[in-house]
Design a protein around this ligand. Structure first.
Ligand code: ADP
Ligand code: MG
Length: 319
């Protein structure tokens, strides 16, 4: 089987003092080995919650997860905390927008990488240092020998993100999840980091999930794309299907609102804001902002329709 990850009917609720937040509301997708999935949508639509559930990073007491997250056939949601330790950071890694979340500010960067090797691969100090240096070079940190002995505050944002990538891939995970990992970087550095991820995927046959609010990023590097809105996937298909033949009004609006997607250079922002996720929705969540909306869109939840092949969309009035 080529499928590495298969998520079905995933729901994630948070118990809060203000009520229950329905952050992910029944999501399905699968990811093959060596492929890249893009998850795109505006801020607050549930992208981070979705991908964090794959590594079970939520505070379990306040979270309710249901559905299946099959990773090589085993349901992540059923694994014990001990079994999760053998997956998280080992077979599946994640990088975030702020590299400092994953780094120790008072430890030299080379030592942070070497530490992983010593702890997880039981290498000697010397072997671990050698491996760490090799890895710094591989992710394009130069001069690696000098950088090895520097502290995080001495490095630029792009360099720090490279260090975080080095740590994330140090144990050769089968999947790397990048959650807005290039969002804080300027365009040139963003492109360099995306190129590095593409290269690593090719070299290692790793699968990637790229989470972003920017269609430009997913256009760059994804095989398939899931467009999320208010906790649901609104449209899913190959990158080509999503770009050449977007069916959902939200996908179209999102493409026209990003610089790289706005054909003819005209940026059109989407009026209104995504809904709060406290109440389960009756109709289509995008209804209040949709240029195509009709009365029935408010009344009943649109079903998932098939456009062609794997290309599906959740709309009763596609364009
Ligand atoms: N730990 C939490 N407790 C309660 N609500 C949360 C928690 N984490 C995220 N949320 C809510 O879930 C929704 C989706 O958040 P998130 O996945 O972070 O969005 P994004 O698409 O920007 O990554 C938001 O409404 C957010 O406020
Ligand atoms: Mg997020």
């Amino acid at each position: 089987m080529n499928t590495l990850l298969k998520v079905s009917n995933l729901k994630v609720d948070f118990m809060t003092v203000r009520g229950i937040v329905h952050a992910v509301q029944g999501v399905d997708f699968s990811l093959n080995r060596g492929k890249t999935l893009g998850i795109v949508g505006e801020s607050g639509c549930g992208k981070s919650v979705l991908v964090k559930s794959i590594l079970r990073l939520h505070e379990e007491q306040k979270t309710r997860c249901s559905g299946n997250i099959l990773f090589e056939g085993h349901n992540i949601l059923d694994l014990s905390p001990r079994e999760m330790l053998a997956i998280r950071g080992v077979r599946a890694s994640m990088i975030f927008q702020d590299p400092m979340i994953s780094l120790n500010p008072i430890l030299k960067i080379g030592e942070q990488i070497a530490e992983t090797f010593r702890a997880r691969r039981s290498m000697t100090k010397g072997q671990a240092a050698e491996e760490a240096l090799r890895l710094l070079k591989r992710v394009g940190i130069t001069p690696a020998e000098e950088r090895y002995h520097q502290y995080p505050f001495e490095l630029s944002g792009g360099m720090l993100q490279r260090v975080v990538i080095a740590i994330a891939i140090s144990l050769e995970p089968e999947i790397l999840i990048a959650d807005e990992a290039t969002t804080a970087l300027d365009m040139t550095v963003q492109k360099e980091i995306l190129d590095l991820l593409k290269w690593l995927r090719k070299e290692k046959g790793m699968s990637l999930i790229v989470v972003t609010h920017d269609f430009g990023v997913v256009a760059e590097m994804c095989d398939s794309i899931a467009v999320m809105y208010a906790g649901k996937i609104m449209e899913y298909g190959s990158a080509r299907q999503i770009f050449n033949d977007p069916c959902h009004p939200y996908t179209r609006a999102l493409i026209s609102s990003t610089p790289s997607g706005a054909k003819g250079g005209k940026l059109i922002s989407i009026p209104g804001a995504p809904p709060e996720l406290y109440e389960p929705q009756t109709g289509c969540a995008f209804y209040p902002r949709c240029s195509q909306a009709a009365e029935r869109c408010r009344e009943s939840l649109p079903a998932m329709h098939s456009a062609s092949g794997n290309h599906v969309f959740r709309c009763e009035r596609p364009q």
